[in-house]
Design a protein around this ligand. Structure first.
Ligand code: ADP
Length: 444
């Protein structure tokens, strides 16, 4: 500040000296006034430039001169630069934060204190059918009209989720959403949406599965308990007694088979898919399946023509026990469902692009088209009593499908009522070798 006073004094002095030299004392007086006016004009000019620059609000073009105004401008420039840097930093962080929310698998909607939509991410738009152009600043209850949501929203106790059908959900393609509200700030609310369709479907499947298993076990148990009671209370002739014990053994065996199939399924689900694994000759799988088929046909007192075609050249890779179980299940179904006099043909042949196909064809009753898509569901049967009579658990094709998928293959079913059925296990090239190559590898 002293420099400023000194500069003012110097300009007065300079005016006085110049005036005195030119006109004596009157000139000196005029010179002082002129020096003061010049100083004032220069000072005002500097102040105006600084003010204009500040008003423009631009960091660029800051006046650069000395003196108080120059220093003030430099100081303001530094302050503004620091503030702008902080603002840019905050904006970058806000963008990163919004980016994270945008990519969230959950829908996020910000509501203001009046319940109007302030912002939402893409997932919320997909879940709730919101449109960025149309729906910002709209009341959320006017857009989400499900009565369960309206009640939940107005009740104001947001401790639990509410589950609603997503807009556009249909019985054929149901979509369920869980909505949650978190109050925050001054009366603001955060609405979160989560797609729970898969979770609900899994829960329904689990419940159905438990109900089915209980039912399947209860039936033979009830029969067994009835026989036990009969044996305990009635005096039976030895022959009669033998007959009852035979039927009891049958029911016990049915339960054993069910438990064995359930264990197989849970093992298949719990273990990772077989890797390169072992190689097994298709011929060996066929021989085992043939032996079982002949034994089953004999037990069921059926006369069937069983044709197992030789397949010397093929080796299949993966889990041999699983592959055997898949083929044996299909062959046993063919034997069980084909009436006496029918024919069952089994083949292992090279397939497309180096793959292989195991085919089981029968001349049985065939299956109506409406059942085909559901055959591999657990416990799905076309004819319940026929399945039970022939010793079925309702899990065979579910097991086959699981095994085939674990080996990267596909189960194909061709059937029509009165025209028999053809089940094909189609395996990819990665699971197929020529039998000689597989043997050579094993020896190496
Ligand atoms: P199940 O133990 O009842 O045979 P599966 O899962 O093996 O159970 O088969 C499901 C249903 O598919 C069977 O109940 C039966 O109705 C039908 N099915 C399976 N294989 C055949 C076949 N070869 N011929 C006719 N129907 C079949």
């Amino acid at each position: 500040m002293s420099a400023r006073v000194l500069a003012f004094a110097l300009s007065l002095a300079a005016g006085a000296v110049i005036g005195w030299l030119l006109e004596g004392w009157p000139g000196a007086t005029f010179g002082v006034a002129a020096g003061a006016a010049l100083w004032f004009a220069l000072d005002t000019f500097a102040a105006t430039r600084v003010l204009r620059w500040l008003e423009a609000g631009q960091l660029r073009g800051a006046p650069s001169f000395g003196g108080v105004w120059g220093r003030a401008a430099a100081r303001a420039r530094r302050t503004i630069a620091a503030r702008e840097e902080r603002a840019e930093d905050a904006e970058r962080r806000l963008e990163a934060f919004l980016d994270a929310i945008r990519t969230s698998p959950n829908g996020v909607v910000l509501l203001d204190a009046r319940g109007s939509i302030e912002w939402f991410n893409q997932t919320a738009s997909d879940h709730l059918g919101l449109d960025l152009q149309r729906d910002l600043q709209q009341q959320v209850v006017n857009l989400l009209r499900d009565p369960r949501f309206t009640e939940f929203y107005h009740a104001g106790h947001y401790t639990q989720d509410v589950v609603i059908d997503a807009p556009g959900s249909t019985p054929a393609r149901p979509r369920r959403l869980a909505l949650h509200i978190h109050p925050y700030g001054e009366g603001r609310r955060l609405l979160l949406s989560r797609d729970v369709t898969a979770v609900e479907q899994a829960e329904t499947m689990r419940r159905d599965f438990v109900a089915n298993v209980s039912h399947e076990i209860r039936t033979p148990l009830t029969v067994l308990a009835g026989f036990v009671e009969t044996l305990q209370t009635l005096e039976l002739a030895p022959q009669e007694r033998e007959r009852y014990l035979g039927m009891m053994a049958q029911q016990a065996q049915r339960m054993q088979m069910l438990v064995a199939d359930l264990l197989t399924l849970s093992r298949l689900e719990a273990s990772p898919p077989p890797g390169e694994g072992e190689w097994v000759a298709a011929q060996g799988l066929m021989a085992q399946a043939e032996q079982e088929a002949r034994a089953l046909a004999a037990v069921q007192a059926k006369s069937l023509r069983l044709v197992f075609e030789p397949a010397p050249g093929l080796a299949l890779g993966g889990a041999p026990g699983e592959l055997q179980s898949a083929l044996s299940n299909l062959v046993s179904n063919a034997v069980r469902y084909t009436p006496s006099g029918g024919t069952i043909e089994v083949q292992a042949t090279p397939g497309d692009k180096g793959g292989a196909v195991l085919t089981v064809r029968d001349t049985g009753p065939g299956i109506a088209p409406e059942h085909l898509p559901r055959l591999t569901e657990r416990f799905y049967r076309v004819d319940r009593s026929r399945s039970r009579e022939s010793g079925g658990t309702g899990l065979g094709l579910a097991i086959v499908k699981h095994i085939v998928q674990r080996h990267g293959g596909e189960l194909r079913i061709d059937s029509a009522p009165g025209r028999g059925s053809t089940f094909r296990i189609v395996l990819p090239a990665a699971r197929v070798r020529s039998a000689d190559a597989a043997q050579a590898r094993e020896r190496a």
